[in-house]
Design a binder for this molecule. Structure first.
Ligand code: COA
Length: 142
């Protein structure tokens, strides 16, 4: 199983827009199509498709305007959870941001029982004690 991060393209954009989380995860993350659209209007955004082998299975969007890169969106299609794809994608993103000279990455999440808190902790993120739009902000050194 090989996970990679790739650019959006005319070949994969419809598949990426159709990616879905589970019904009971819909309140946790914006729709993939919104992420794709917003990524095109966010200055200096990092918008990547998460591939499992040759299949687009997720999407992520990082804002890099505030001094620390911030993961605005991160999702893996329900059919491809939980097989380690998300964690590997975080590692690949960390490598890419480190190569670009960044020292840390922030993420936030909806504070509910089935939210992504445990996932971020598994990926090495720690609580900053700050919130963003009411969501706890976690950070990881790169
Ligand atoms: C959160 C999400 C990206 C995780 O992707 P994934 O590919 O299923 O996760 P992985 O298989 O790589 O999981 C890595 C580890 O985190 C754990 N984990 C995954 N999701 C978790 C969750 N919601 N709560 C607690 N632990 C979780 C896994 O059990 C695994 O643990 P391990 O170290 O014991 O093996 C995916 O579930 C998703 O898209 N969720 C809906 C959208 C969302 O919440 N996005 C985050 C927005 S901030």
């Amino acid at each position: 199983m090989t996970v990679s991060l790739r650019a959006l393209s005319r070949e994969n954009v419809r598949t990426v827009c159709d990616l879905r989380v589970a019904e009971d995860q819909r309140h946790l993350v914006g729709p993939a199509a919104y992420t794709v659209a917003e990524g095109h209007y966010e200055p200096d955004a990092v918008l990547r498709t998460i591939y499992l082998d040759e299949e687009p299975v997720g999407v992520l969007l990082v804002e890099v305007e505030s001094g620390t890169p911030y993961l605005v969106r991160f999702m893996v299609d329900a059919a491809y959870q939980p097989r380690g794809v998300g964690r590997r994608a975080v590692e690949l993103l960390a490598e890419e941001l480190r190569r670009d000279g960044w020292a840390s990455l922030e993420a936030s999440f909806v504070r509910v029982d089935n939210g992504a808190r445990g996932f971020w902790r598994r990926c090495g993120f720690q609580d900053t004690g700050r919130t963003r739009h009411g969501e706890p902000v976690f950070v990881r050194a790169l």
